[in-house]
Design a binder for this molecule. Structure first.
Ligand code: IPM
Ligand code: MN
Length: 377
């Protein structure tokens, strides 16, 4: 199970001709605070034309919804589709809108609307000091979850009948299509092969959900036949959760449905040092993608300058790889590891700094790293 080596000294990137356009949606709660750090990192990356990136903020989220009722209008979706290469999202969710319908309209509007079927969530513990399990080190936790992102229980098919009465019925259908299941499984195998990962685990519940997850099982075995170089394993989701805590080193690439992916990646985040360290990418390979930290809007932390911005910085890293610049992600990851070692980070990961100071310290080290290994002309 190959861990990516630290690559602070990788050759600096060549200058790209084509500018990449990033749409920013800071959103709610701690979203704008971590987005500010994300933008500082983009500024440092873009400096001296090192990486030709341009970014444009979009005013979407709770404030906008409460002001004029706008959530995620078709014209904005069309503009983003035509003019942008990526979306960077802060967080959505505000207690002033308890049913969170506007947040779902934006988040699912992006995930479903742009058909971003791969929710890629790396579960990588970057420092021994963050590993909560006894007898385990950070090196034992390094795998990637491929969460199906456009189907399952998330599609909202269903309804309520006789609401509020003793005879009430509530139904949420779990939608699994052959096409949808096969493509996420194939994406997981493709990733394993191209990244030199050796094993793909499928996590499902076909002992109970035997219609839907029988389809998953059949697709998994069929796709696996095309990847004879990859070892395959299967675990029921309940057993997976136990195994994750007892033997996280067993996992390399994990593919699972939308709901299980949501749950197991929060468990995974706990092994990474908490929600402040968990990054994610919502991808349709070859098309515009969306990048978001997993932590959400954390309303109780909003405005306190305590939110950990590293999930956002790691998320910017994933975006850089998607835009064609993996060396930038490697550099950011290395600098975050160092920052944690040196305690130049927020309290949740062992430091004493606020969100803003953490971002400034990190951007300072980024600028110094580039000064030491400048881009070759
Ligand atoms: C996540 C979040 C979302 C999800 C919520 C906000 C709908 O928990 O991105 O993991 O369940 O997908
Ligand atoms: Mn979640």
């Amino acid at each position: 199970m190959g861990r990516a080596p630290d690559r602070l000294t990788v050759p600096a990137p060549p200058l790209r001709a084509q500018t990449k356009n990033v749409a920013l949606i800071a959103g709610d709660g701690v979203g704008p605070e971590v987005m500010q750090v994300g933008v500082q990192v983009l500024e440092a990356l873009a400096e001296h034309g090192r990486y030709p990136i341009r970014w444009t903020p979009f005013d979407l989220g709770a404030e906008r919804y409460l002001r004029d009722g706008v959530t995620f209008p078709g014209e904005i979706a069309a503009q983003i589709r035509e003019e942008f290469d990526a979306i960077l999202l802060g967080a959505l969710g505000d207690p002033r809108v308890p049913d969170l319908s506007y947040a779902r309209e934006i988040l699912f509007g992006i995930r479903f609307g742009f058909d971003l079927y791969c929710n890629v969530r790396p579960i990588s513990c970057l420092s021994d000091s963050l590993m909560p399990l006894r007898h385990h080190s950070a090196a034992d936790c390094d795998f990637v979850v491929f969460r199906e992102n456009t189907e399952g229980i998330y599609v909202g098919v269903g309804g309520q009948f006789k609401r509020g009465t003793a005879d009430e019925i509530a139904i949420n259908e779990d939608i699994n299509t052959r096409r949808g299941v096969e493509r996420i499984i194939r994406a997981a195998f493709d990733y394993a092969r191209t990244q030199g990962r050796t094993t793909v685990h499928m996590v499902d519940k076909h002992n109970a959900m035997y219609h839907a997850h029988d389809l998953w099982r059949r697709c998994f075995h069929e796709v696996a036949e095309e990847f004879s170089d990859i070892t395959t394993e299967h675990l029921f989701v309940d057993a997976f959760c136990a195994e994750l805590i007892q033997n996280p080193a067993r996992f390399d690439v994990v593919v699972t449905c939308n709901l299980f992916g949501d749950i197991i990646t929060d468990l995974g985040a706990a092994l990474q040092g908490g929600m402040g360290m968990a990054a994610s990418a919502n991808i349709h390979p070859g098309r515009l993608s969306m990048f978001e930290p997993v932590h959400g809007s954390a309303p109780t932390l909003a405005g306190t300058d305590t939110a950990n911005p590293f999930a956002m910085v790691l998320t910017v890293g994933m975006m850089m790889t998607d835009l064609g610049w993996p060396e930038a992600e490697a550099r950011l990851t290395t600098l975050i590891k160092r920052a944690i070692e040196q305690k130049a980070c927020t309290r949740d990961v062992g430091g004493t700094l606020g969100t803003r100071e953490t971002g400034e310290a990190l951007c300072g080290s980024l600028a110094r790293a580039y000064a030491e290994s400048p881009r070759p002309s």
